[in-house]
Design a protein. Structure first.
Length: 201
């Protein structure tokens, strides 16, 4: 009887762990579906595929340059190398490819593979944001809010969060509520107007 009593807490603990694991998986899927950049979807390739991708990148394909950068940044099928990642993201970004702009901005923002350069990171985020990249729109908003790489501007911060929200990113609503606490009614109204104007362009 005592042995049975001991097992009950263990069963409930096991069920709780399974429930948490399922919940985490579901939440991760939701986040991936609602706001990650394409770097997460680039898989490891075999040596022949990497050579083909490299050839395409060297021929000037901005998408291939971005994908090659991802392989080097994450070490997927190649040795991890932030310098090589930055090299290929730079080539992709030079052609205006949104994902290349965004990933290069992240490297510069964090000092991975090169010196931190918040000012250039902001410009790259903004270029990607203007091309409709919702994560870049979020990061532009954060940099405006913090005054990082650009002069602090809470109206612009709210505007870019609202643009990301209007673009269909469901994670932006909570950020908008937080930033609104720091704003006057007129500032919110102005930012909403700018965001709606931008989306209607």
């Amino acid at each position: 009887m005592k042995a049975g009593v001991r097992k009950k807490p263990e069963i409930w603990r096991l069920l709780f762990i399974v429930f948490c694991a399922v919940a985490i998986c579901c939440f991760s899927s939701f986040v991936l579906a609602s706001g990650t950049d394409n770097a997460a979807t680039v898989q490891s390739l075999n040596s022949d595929q990497i050579e083909q991708l490299k050839h395409s990148a060297e021929q000037g394909s901005a998408e291939s340059q971005f994908e090659l950068g991802v392989l080097f940044e994450y070490g997927r099928g190649v040795e991890q190398d932030d310098l090589q990642a930055a090299h290929w993201y730079e080539k992709s970004a030079t052609q205006g490819f949104p994902e290349g702009l965004y990933r290069l901005a992240i490297l510069l923002d964090n000092g991975w593979g090169q010196a931190i350069n918040k000012e250039r990171a902001f410009k790259l985020y903004k270029s990607a944001a203007e091309k409709g990249h919702t994560l870049a729109q979020h990061d532009v908003a954060i940099m405006y809010f913090q005054g990082s790489g650009v002069s602090k501007d809470i109206v612009q911060a709210y505007k870019w969060l609202k643009i990301a929200d209007l673009s269909g990113n469901p994670l932006m609503a909570k950020h908008l509520k937080r930033i609104k606490r720091h704003m006057t009614f007129d500032e919110v109204e102005q930012a909403e107007f700018f965001a709606n104007q931008w989306v209607m362009q």
